[in-house]
Design a protein around this ligand. Sequence first.
Ligand SMILES: NC(=O)c1ccc[n+]([C@@H]2O[C@H](COP(=O)([O-])OP(=O)(O)OC[C@H]3O[C@@H](n4cnc5c(N)ncnc54)[C@H](O)[C@@H]3O)[C@@H](O)[C@H]2O)c1
Length: 255
Amino acid sequence: MSGLHEDRVVWVTGAASGIGRYTAEEIVSEGGKVVATDLGSADFGWAEGNDAITVLHGDVTDPQHNTDAAACAVETYGHLDGAVLNAGVSGRDNLFDGPLDTFDHVMEVNVRGVVLGIRAAAAVMRPTSAITVTASTSGMRGDPGMWAYNTSKAAVINLVRSASMDLAAKGIRINAVCPGPTETGMTTGIKSAPEVYEDLRRRVPLQRWGLASELANAHSFLLSTKASFITGAHLPVDGGISANSGQFMPAAFSL
Ligand SMILES: NC(=O)c1ccc[n+]([C@@H]2O[C@H](COP(=O)([O-])OP(=O)(O)OC[C@H]3O[C@@H](n4cnc5c(N)ncnc54)[C@H](O)[C@@H]3O)[C@@H](O)[C@H]2O)c1
């Protein structure tokens, strides 16, 4: 432990699982305190008995839940210095026909939920605070059949750019982290389709899937004072998949 987040209090959404859970654990391992939030059905067994973590259940699309989470940080630990707006869902709708229910839900969680999180956090944060958002490499390019998710994550990347303008005068930085294929709860379904898992692995120049802990490290850095002159940026953490123009398959290797 280097104490990177000593005396800092960070709110993490979607914290029961995957990238959110590992980010919460990383912040605590660096001396910080965490308000960990997720849906009512979420299992926070991993956080039980840890005094540095306060769990709150709720939905990021609910404005009151966002206000409550920010207030919980202040009431429990005295202040709020960081927010990791990470909760997200994937989903597909037929682009050409049928209802747009999935699209509406994906936009509500992945975009509106982040707007509400920024509002709630900024209302109580003091200067030198920082916000990170989990976007995706899917927000930087298109993917077949994933237009709803692609649209939501592209929106979040530009939301981060725009919000950085308005948050600067409050002394608050905001940045996005863009995961490539990462082993989490969201992608367990892909593991049960080995050919899809392997196909994605081959497309990553580093020839492997990412780990939630590697995404947590990026959130931790961008939240910390080590990133004090970085705002409005989006950082791919993707083994190089977004660096490829798409014309050629990366070289296969094993080390
Ligand atoms: N895993 C990947 O390959 C990958 C790639 C790119 C981007 N991402 C993004 O990373 C973020 C974290 O996802 P993950 O991969 O760790 O998956 P995950 O499913 O393990 O974690 C997502 C968490 O968000 C929570 N959540 C969903 N809807 C919510 C809501 N309305 N309110 C509150 N919480 C809600 C879920 O309960 C879950 O615990 C998401 O924004 C996702 O889009 C993941």
